[in-house]
Design a protein around this ligand. Structure first.
Ligand code: C2E
Ligand code: CA
Ligand code: CA
Length: 581
């Protein structure tokens, strides 16, 4: 063999070896194969990285090509076999580039450059990359884009991405949808007492527990913000099935949530709206479910409320009152109205209760509407001082005009009794400012507020009593007083709640309660006053029972200060009694 040829052949061999070495060392799988016209497949070359990428050795594949195809996930394998048919049928087979999932769950990318030979077989050179890491990173990013990182439920983006599809499916299948806005109760307190880290764990467990009642395919569960979640229950045949699920979730929170050694009692409150009756778009349905949730939170935590038009109306009114209450206070639109308290034996006015009214251009708003708002928004103190001051000014004026030593009674909410120092200071300063003799001021404290923290209430009352201010227990009979505690309160009277008077003639047990209350009053040396006395019948029964005083529409509804002054001027006790004979 001539020297030249020999060296060329050696060089060629060297080059081939080098190329093979490089190719084998590449972090990808190179392979070559043929699909014959009869559908048979032969793989002619497979690089050693088959073991790393497919998990099957090159030699096994070369022995039997099905080892190669078995390594691919069933769905993608089916796609590839279908593609083989397309390649055979095509004149110029197209370049292939496809992400392929393996049977072991890893991801690869297949690229192949097919060509037809003269006999019509398809020959190709292919290259396969392992793209699992990139795919996993992508999956993670997609997950993060649509999920809440803490609880791993969906986020608002997922909700607004998937909701239209759920609506479209409901329309197509004539199904309905429920949107549930839900919030765990008491998590704020857990955060403050046990710390944020524990609070986060509780929230996550809360989400898991709710999720266990949902259908991963039909239902959507997302965290909107903070402690607020939304569930979309899709594909409902009737509202009943939604109500059942909701009931189960409510019940599930009878059991506490455990984090480590600690147990947390927790309830969940929900608001519900239905598609299409309560709204047709995601935004409207969500805002209606939110409105129902707000309502449920105000009325009864740990329950679910359904959205309704009445509820929307009430809420918009209470929102309006919330916005305007502060301004009304500043402008002096919250004023006391007055209702006389009449002595049963003499017919004289022995007291006047001040009842707050919110005067607007159109109407008087009831304290039942705005007192809870004032309490919630930290406005109860300024409101109370205004009513207290105005009442003291009027009482002083009426006293100075010679209508008698008639005390004015002002309602004090439980919140203020808990802030004892502030209350004592305000009362004392208003008394000295208005120069009303302290004995002409009476404070009304509800029974339930008195019993919440009796020690504090007693301390306040003792302090004020030393100055001459008196106190009565309001709504007596509706709370759970302990008589031994009540005995230690420096009180003047018990006010028997209106609810017992209302049914005096129909309800035997109410009659018994009123009798018992009057007996308790006598035993504790307190006078008794019945509220809500509307008829002569009420008056007669109460007089027979030995009740000391009455207050109610029988004599007057709450009236303005001017009207009260007229009433005091013209009051004829004898005539009043005579008229009741
Ligand atoms: P309350 O202290 O039990 O007041 C008695 C309520 O019964 C008053 O309602 C009064 O108007 C009403 N009433 C009086 N006589 C009759 C009657 O014969 N029949 C009927 N059906 N009702 C009668 P109002 O004025 O709407 O006050 C409701 C509640 O609001 C009060 O109940 C009191 O708890 C609270 N409130 C009123 N003013 C104030 C205030 O200045 N401060 C605080 N903290 N609460 C107040
Ligand atoms: Ca009262
Ligand atoms: Ca009352």
């Amino acid at each position: 063999m001539p020297e030249k040829t020999l060296s060329t052949a050696t060089e060629l061999l060297e080059t081939q070896t080098r190329i093979k070495e490089i190719m084998d060392a590449l972090p990808c799988l190179l392979y070559k194969g043929t699909i014959f016209k009869n559908g048979k497949i032969r793989l002619d070359h497979v690089s050693p990285s088959a073991k790393d990428i497919l998990g099957v050795s090159a030699s096994d594949i070369l022995k039997d090509s099905s080892a190669f195809y078995d390594a691919i996930s069933p769905e993608d394998r089916a796609w590839i076999f279908a593609n083989h048919k397309r390649l055979l049928a095509a004149k110029n087979p197209a370049f292939l580039d496809k992400d392929v999932r393996l049977a072991n769950g890893r991801w690869t990318r297949f690229r192949a450059y097919p060509k037809k030979d003269a006999a019509g077989n398809v020959c190709w050179n292919g290259i396969i990359f392992d793209i699992s890491e990139r795919k996993n990173a992508e999956d993670k990013l997609t997950f993060l884009a649509y999920h809440d990182p803490l609880t791993e439920v969906g986020n608002r983006e997922l909700l607004f991405k998937d909701f239209p599809g759920i609506i479209a499916a409901a329309n197509k299948n004539h199904k309905s949808i429920a949107v549930v806005s839900l919030a765990p109760d008491g998590l704020g307190q857990i955060n403050t007492t046990a710390g944020l880290a524990v609070g986060d764990k509780v929230l996550t467990k809360f989400a898991r527990r709710v999720e266990s009642f949902l259908d991963a395919k039909e239902d959507l569960f997302v965290r909107m913000a903070g402690h607020r979640f939304i569930i979309v229950l899709g594909g409902l045949s009737s509202h009943v099935s939604a109500n059942k699920k909701i009931g189960k979730i409510l019940k599930a929170f009878a059991k506490p949530i455990k984090v480590g050694m600690q147990e947390f009692e927790m309830s969940v409150t929900m608001g519900v709206s239905f598609y299409p009756v309560n709204g047709r778009t995601p935004e409207v349905l969500i805002s209606h479910a939110d409105a129902a949730l707000d309502f449920a939170k105000q009325k009864n935590r740990g329950t679910a409320f359904l959205f309704s038009e009445e509820l929307a109306f009430t809420l918009s009114r209470s929102m309006k009152l919330r916005r305007e209450l502060r301004k009304a206070l500043e402008q002096g639109d919250i004023v006391p109205y007055f209702q006389p308290q009449v002595d049963v034996k003499t017919g004289a006015i022995i007291g006047i209760e001040a009842l707050a009214r919110w005067k607007t251009a159109q109407s008087l708003i009831s304290p039942n509407e705005f007192i809870p708002i004032a309490e919630e928004y930290g406005l109860i103190a300024p409101l109370t001082w205004q009513i207290l001051k105005a009442s003291c000014i009027y009482a002083k004026r009426w006293h100075d005009k010679g209508y008698g030593a008639i005390p004015v009674a002002v309602n004090i909410s439980g919140d203020l009794f808990r802030r004892s120092k502030v209350l004592v200071k305000a009362v004392k300063s208003i008394l000295s400012e208005t120069k009303l003799p302290p004995s002409l001021l009476e404070l009304e404290l509800t029974e339930s507020a008195a019993m919440l923290d009796p020690a504090v209430a007693i301390a306040v009352l003792n302090d004020l009593e030393a100055d001459g201010v008196t106190c009565s227990i309001d709504d007596f009979g509706t709370g759970y007083s302990s008589l031994s505690v009540l005995k230690t309160f420096p009180l003047k009277k018990l006010k028997i709640d209106r609810s017992f008077i209302m049914d005096l003639n129909v309800d035997q047990s109410d009659t018994a309660i009123v009798k018992a209350t009057i007996a308790v009053g006598k035993a504790l040396n307190l006078s008794t006053l019945a509220e809500g006395v509307e008829t002569k019948y009420h008056f007669d029964v109460l007089r027979q029972m030995g009740c000391d005083a009455v207050q109610g529409y029988l004599f007057s509804c709450p009236i303005s200060a001017e009207e009260m002054e007229e009433m005091l001027k013209n009051w004829d006790a004898k005539k009043v009694l005579a008229d009741l004979k």
